[in-house]
Write a new protein. Structure first.
Length: 208
């Protein structure tokens, strides 16, 4: 990476990187990482064509930073929801709502997070953030299994719930789902079907 001018403070560097990531997130999501260029990013930021290279080695490193920031925001939202008041099913429902809220309020970030793959070993911060986000997929299900609400391995159940929800979200974002039933009704029914299938007792089936 090119050296950053000495007159920039750590705060200046962090501020520019955050600003660049915010602009690049939209650019990458709209055009795709392959089509978007660092020159276009510089133009959108109102800086010279070489300025982004002072902060990021190349476009791939910038993309990794964008995705790491998105994973951290996503994980933080779900972790906060998991601490909501109520019993284990109520907290799991809160996590589900937080997941949907993030996906539909930050669709650019959501697509970049899950629709792309990078060599995480090259970008430790991306690997850390992605692992943190993956952890949230199972963490909110562990109390349900421990409390006898669900049967199965939380990691496996988390993958199944995620696959179902993610598929529906992407179809909705792409405008591929029919207007009726609406997304909320379709999502509720899909999650209820999964929960009934994994339920360990009748109370959880009723709460699905």
């Amino acid at each position: 990476m090119a050296a950053v001018p000495r007159n920039l403070s750590d705060r200046d560097i962090a501020a520019f990187r955050a600003r660049a990531c915010a602009v690049a997130e939209k650019l990458f999501a709209e055009r795709g990482p392959e089509a978007a260029t660092m020159r276009e990013l510089a133009r959108a930021l109102g800086v010279s064509a070489m300025t982004p290279y002072r902060y990021f080695k190349d476009k791939d490193e910038l993309l990794a930073a964008v995705r790491a920031a998105a994973f951290d925001r996503f994980a933080a939202a779900l972790e906060t929801a998991a601490r909501a008041k109520g019993d284990a099913p109520a907290r799991a429902n809160a996590v589900g709502r937080a997941y949907l809220d993030f996906a539909f309020s930050q669709p650019h970030a959501y697509k970049l997070m899950f629709d792309l793959s990078q060599a995480d070993a090259r970008y430790p911060d991306l690997a850390r953030a992605a692992a943190r986000a993956r952890r949230t997929m199972a963490a909110h299900l562990e109390p349900l299994v421990a409390g006898g609400y669900l049967d199965g391995d939380p990691e496996t159940l988390g993958q199944i719930y995620w696959a179902m929800g993610h598929g529906l979200i992407l179809l909705q974002l792409a405008g591929k789902l029919k207007p009726k039933p609406d997304f909320a009704a379709l999502y509720r029914q899909a999650m209820a079907m999964l929960t009934r299938g994994a339920a360990a007792d009748k109370p959880m089936r009723r709460r699905a």
